[in-house]
Design a protein around this ligand. Structure first.
Ligand code: ADP
Ligand code: MG
Length: 188
């Protein structure tokens, strides 16, 4: 487990979606996965494989996506702000809605909490509609439950027409990569 020195006992189980489609997207996602290991009161428990997806409701090059599982003692808002600081450090700009982005970090699930503020909606309202989120999320936690929708696995079938290509295994050092003995990296 990648843990900082001040990780709390217990804490909440959190999933973060990562996406990038500008510049060196793969490097940006890998760097952000690394940045997640240094958040205060937080440990990164696992990373999914990296995936490539075609833009959905957006324009620009293909995205590189992944999902990370964290355990955190931060509040949802404090974690969102920390994620936005990582986005900013990657040069993220928001010229218009759904613009191509150097890095997008979305808070997908924060335990079973529900929030409907505009600055933070939990669970993320589109997590069950996008293969590039749901596939890596369920790779990490196949039995994962959504506080409103229940078991998420059945939602994947409806997303089969969304383009998604598995790129490579998770970064070394994550519990899931070691436990599941994933296949070696695919080329391309
Ligand atoms: P996108 O919806 O494409 O991810 P942005 O990353 O630009 O768009 O996010 C727009 C706003 O969405 C952010 O300012 C943030 O406050 C808000 N937001 C609401 N819920 C969430 C969430 N669960 N995760 C991340 N951002 C969220
Ligand atoms: Mg976002």
């Amino acid at each position: 487990m990648s843990a900082g020195p001040d990780v709390p006992e217990g804490g909440e189980r959190v999933f973060v979606g990562l996406g990038a489609n500008l510049g060196e997207a793969r490097q940006t996602v890998l760097r952000a996965l690394d940045d997640l290991t240094r958040l205060p009161e937080t440990c990164r428990v696992a990373c999914s494989a990296l995936y490539r997806s075609a833009p959905v409701d957006a324009i620009g090059p293909d995205f590189v996506n992944a999902v990370a599982e964290l355990r955190t003692g931060l509040s949802p808002m404090a974690l969102l702000q920390a994620l936005q600081a990582i986005e900013q450090a990657s040069g993220r700009q928001r010229p218009y809605r759904n613009a191509p982005r150097t890095l997008d970090l979305d808070l997908l699930l924060f335990g079973q909490r529900q929030l409907t503020a505009s600055e933070l909606t939990l669970p993320h309202p589109r997590l069950h509609l996008r293969a590039f989120v749901l596939r890596p999320l369920l790779d990490l936690a196949p039995d994962l439950r959504h506080p409103v929708l229940g078991v998420l696995q059945p939602f994947l079938g409806a997303l089969a027409d969304q383009s998604l290509q598995r790129l490579e295994n998770p970064p070394a050092g994550d519990r899931v990569a070691r436990q599941r003995g994933s296949r070696p990296p695919a080329t391309g």
